[in-house]
Design a protein around this ligand. Structure first.
Ligand SMILES: *[C@@H]1O[C@H](CO)[C@@H](O)[C@H](O)[C@H]1NC(C)=O
Ligand SMILES: *[C@@H]1O[C@H](CO)[C@@H](O)[C@H](O)[C@H]1NC(C)=O
Ligand SMILES: *[C@@H]1O[C@H](CO)[C@@H](O)[C@H](O)[C@H]1NC(C)=O
Ligand SMILES: *[C@@H]1O[C@H](CO)[C@@H](O)[C@H](O)[C@H]1NC(C)=O
Ligand SMILES: *[C@@H]1O[C@H](CO)[C@@H](O)[C@H](O)[C@H]1NC(C)=O
Ligand SMILES: *[C@@H]1O[C@H](CO)[C@@H](O)[C@H](O)[C@H]1NC(C)=O
Ligand SMILES: *[C@@H]1O[C@H](CO)[C@@H](O)[C@H](O)[C@H]1NC(C)=O
Ligand SMILES: *[C@@H]1O[C@H](CO)[C@@H](O)[C@H](O)[C@H]1NC(C)=O
Ligand SMILES: *[C@@H]1O[C@H](CO)[C@@H](O)[C@H](O)[C@H]1NC(C)=O
Length: 742
């Protein structure tokens, strides 16, 4: 054990298996050593997970666990171990100091977010951002309204402190504040909540200040189901700011802020060039936006200066550096304006910036491809089949920009020996991004081990992005017996896996005696790749494994596999304390509900779980269609108003069409398109009541955001009820149906 301390930074190379042989109590005392902990935080995630598992074995009481597991490693504590906390002062303080995943905090948010607890911490503003990300309609259901509003306001934080909230959390927050008198004090709330405001509540006189606050929001949080709201936001901004064409002024751009990230190319090309600074902050630019930025830059109308045929270039490396992130999106025609030396120096600088900002492989790949193209356009094509640029050695590879000088891929191929790949695989796969280059690396590696036709495990662990270019035949030559290898292959930062290849890898791992789909494997593989396995293999996952695993996203599985995983999850999370733990069991089972049975969903109705619409619309269609209006109402709880936002989703429409309009009207959210009352029902009193509620919708619109302009008759035909005449027609029809009954 003491040898672990002496390893220092070498600890990174220790396989997970070693830690399973060290007792948890030794690991607990080791983690009290600050320098050990610093090194340890750089080890692969699977090793950290194993470490935490060992610590938990010492004592599995939840309050002891949070005492024993270091703050930075709390993300590895299984969710089921985070139940039943008391609101004891020292427990609250500890929870608040630790680093959490959203799916973990949700399980104890109700303990830490209540007034008693936040008072002990010195107020809601002393809650950590890591804890605040646990706010959901489900987790605040027992919290007092006054406190909920304080929590929402406390989520207004910037920069590294920003509380990361998903769409369903933001819409939930909005529903809690929308009726408040200070709802239009836009600077009290997180900018992202403003994305979901009902614009009719924004007074015309203060619309500008609304958009000024909205400028800081993250416009990429919209799901595809609600992306129509993003479009509406810009239309409203146009009318508020008096924008009538695609030429935005400096002032418009300042007010719009991050909304500029949603604009299409025509705005970018025609607007004040200050739009470039806004675009520089966008998480991503689409092709149309990128090419508009390039056009604008090449036009010479920006502060970055002119470059034309006649005027000598004023563009240099500094220009590129000043462009911030924008060079990531430029094409070769842009890079044609710089000489090779400048591009090389810039790349050296830019790669460091990209690393600091955590820019992924995909974007780096695009950048390198375009720069290379701009060099290749000028270079003479060589047809020699010998290395003329220089043999690739360890020194060549150590250059930050490697393989920049091998812009001729033919040269890369000729100058790289199988032995060099064998000896420097790690450094090569860290630096080489482009697929056609990685392909060569992979085949040279294969060549190096041709004699044994087996790639040893320590090399497989270093394949990185090259692994994604393998064939099933390649994979068959890889040695995959340890969890560390499986884990490095499944690292999602190297790209997604083709399902057939993922299956080949996981199957190879599972074919080794003693290996199984335990919780560590499940976390390593993740939901999407798990879906590549046969349902028979999934059946073999034990309840215990699923119970201790992260919340897996199963959206990419077939319905058969979803059902299988749900069955295991339902049993795993119901446990022995079924009577008391049902709300937590819902939270634990949440991500598996796409495969849930009608029976299970019905059992949630009385629990006040406040299911969000993202989950509701992912349930099986035959399950949703068997839910009554009242059941849906109770299931959605405080999320009910969101049903209206999703009214044009196919599943919701199908469900609505099979409900009685009179019952839909009782929801009071303006949902139309239901069936008219049956004309052949037995009791007339019930028909009478539903008739009256039906008519009231056409006139009142019952306080909901959108006024009701249509209603439904006999067989689902919509009749516009905005003119008095057609309103009469509706009434006449309803009265006629009365007559038939009576
Ligand atoms: C709070 O919990 C700690 C240990 O977690 C314990 O030592 C302390 O006595 C508890 N305090 C109260 C008031 O329950
Ligand atoms: C709450 O936060 C404030 C400001 O960061 C700090 O000064 C204060 O000590 C905190 N209160 C407690 C009880 O920790
Ligand atoms: C765009 O509209 C603004 C204000 O309505 C106007 O001042 C400007 O001249 C217009 N620009 C173009 C190119 O039409
Ligand atoms: C799920 O499948 C879709 C389409 O097949 C794909 O685009 C997406 O990346 C997959 N998701 C994951 C997490 O692999
Ligand atoms: C399920 O697990 C058992 C025992 O671990 C094993 O013998 C069997 O082959 C597995 N079945 C599948 C389909 O993987
Ligand atoms: C659900 O909410 C209703 C109304 O607020 C309440 O009467 C009922 O007791 C709650 N049920 C549970 C299980 O909390
Ligand atoms: C839902 O109801 C239909 C009949 O309306 C029935 O055929 C079907 O089996 C039900 N689905 C489930 C999951 O119970
Ligand atoms: C649904 O579609 C209808 C008809 O196109 C439209 O009037 C309505 O506003 C849409 N609802 C939402 C919430 O977008
Ligand atoms: C509705 O019913 C009427 C009369 O039964 C029929 O003429 C009409 O075609 C039906 N409309 C639709 C959309 O089914």
């Amino acid at each position: 054990m003491s040898s672990l301390f002496t390893l220092g930074s070498l600890i990174v190379g220790v396989p997970a298996g070693v830690f399973t042989t060290i007792s948890g109590s030794q690991l607990i005392s080791a983690s009290q050593n600050p320098s050990f902990l610093t090194y340890f935080l750089t080890v692969p995630q699977v090793v950290r997970e194993t470490y935490v598992t060992q610590i938990i074995k010492v004592n599995s009481n939840s309050e002891t666990i949070i005492q024993n597991v270091p703050d930075e490693m709390a993300t590895e504590i299984p969710r089921t171990m985070l139940l039943g906390f008391s609101n004891n002062n020292s427990v609250i303080k500890r929870l608040n100091k630790k680093k959490w995943k959203k799916q973990q905090v949700e399980l104890f948010f109700d303990v830490i977010a209540v007034e008693g607890s936040t008072t002990e911490l010195g107020g809601v503003n002393n809650l950590s951002s890591s804890v605040l990300q646990g706010f959901t309609c489900t987790t605040v259901r027992t919290v007092k309204k006054v406190q909920i509003k304080k929590l929402i306001k406390a989520c207004r934080r910037r920069g590294n402190n920003k509380v990361l909230l998903a769409e369903t959390q933001l819409t939930c927050m909005y529903n809690y504040i929308k009726a408040d008198s200070d709802v239009t004090s836009f600077d009290l709330y997180p900018p992202d909540v403003l994305l979901y405001y009902d614009y009719t509540l924004v007074p015309r006189a203060s619309c500008r200040s609304y958009f000024e606050q909205l400028a800081d929001a993250d416009f990429s949080v919209f799901s595809s189901a609600l992306s129509y709201k993003r479009t509406a936001l810009f239309n409203n901004a146009r009318s508020c700011l008096g924008i009538t064409n695609t030429s935005l002024t400096k002032d418009d751009i300042m007010v719009l802020g991050n909304m500029c990230c949603t604009l299409d190319g025509s705005y970018i090309e025609n607007s004040d060039s200050s739009i470039l600074e806004k675009l520089n902050n966008c998480p991503d630019l689409n092709d149309g936006q990128a090419s508009a930025v390039q056009t604008l830059l090449l036009s010479g109308k920006t502060q970055y200066g002119v470059k034309t045929e006649k005027v000598p270039s004023t563009w240099n490396e500094q220009t590129l550096q000043d462009l911030g992130m924008l060079p990531l999106y430029m094409k070769s025609a842009f890079y044609d304006n710089f000489d090779k030396k400048t591009k090389r120096r810039f790349l050296k600088f830019f790669l460091k910036v990209l690393k600091k900002n955590g820019v992924g492989r995909r974007k780096k790949r695009m950048l390198k491809r375009e720069i290379r193209k701009s060099i290749r356009n000028k270079a003479k094509r060589s047809i020699v089949n010998e290395c003329t640029v220089g043999t690739i050695t360890q020194v060549t590879i150590s250059d930050d920009t490697f393989p920049f000088d091998y812009d001729d891929i033919n040269q890369f191929n000729c100058c790289l020996s199988a032995a060099t790949v064998q000896e420097n695989l790690d450094a090569i796969t860290t630096k080489v991004d482009q697929e056609e280059y990685l392909m060569i690396v992979l085949s040279k590696l294969q060549e190096a081990y041709a004699a044994s036709s087996t790639i040893p495990e320590d090399q497989v662990q270093l394949l990185g992005p090259a692994s994604r270019l393998a064939t099933v035949d390649n994979i068959n030559t890889w040695s995959i017996t340890q969890i560390d290898t499986l884990s490095s292959l499944m690292d999602s930062s190297n790209g997604e896996w083709d399902p057939s290849l993922a299956r080949a890898i996981i199957s190879k791992y599972l074919s080794v005696a003693g290996n199984k789909l335990g919780s560590t494997e499940l976390n390593t593989i993740g939901g999407a790749n798990l879906c590549s396995l046969d349902v028979n293999v999934l059946k073999n996952i034990s309840q215990q494994s699923l119970k201790e695993a992260n919340a897996l996203t199963v959206s990419n599985c077939t319905i058969e596999k979803k059902k299988e995983l749900f069955n295991i999850a339902e049993q795993a999370f119901s446990g022995s304390t079924r009577a008391t733990a049902t709300l937590s069991s819902y939270q634990l089972t949440k991500t598996y509900l796409e495969g849930a049975s009608l029976e299970y969903i019905k059992s949630l109705v009385s629990l006040n779980v406040s299911m969000d619409m993202a989950i509701f619309t992912s349930l099986q269609e035959n399950v949703v269609l068997n839910l009554t209006v009242n059941e849906v109402k109770d299931l959605l709880g405080t999320n009910l108003p969101e049903l209206k936002s999703y009214e044009n989703e196919t599943l919701v429409q199908t469900w609505v069409r099979s409900q009685l309009q009179s019952e839909l009207d009782t929801l009071g959210i303006g949902i139309n398109g239901g069936r008219a009352n049956p004309t052949t029902t037995t009791k007339s009193p019930s028909t009478t009541t539903s008739t009256s509620s039906s008519t009231s919708t056409t006139t009142a619109g019952s306080g909901s955001s959108s006024s009701t302009t249509s209603t439904t008759t006999g067989n689902g035909t919509r009749i516009r009820a905005d003119a008095g005449l057609s309103l009469l027609a509706v009434l006449a029809l309803l009265i006629m149906s009365q007559h038939i009954v009576v």
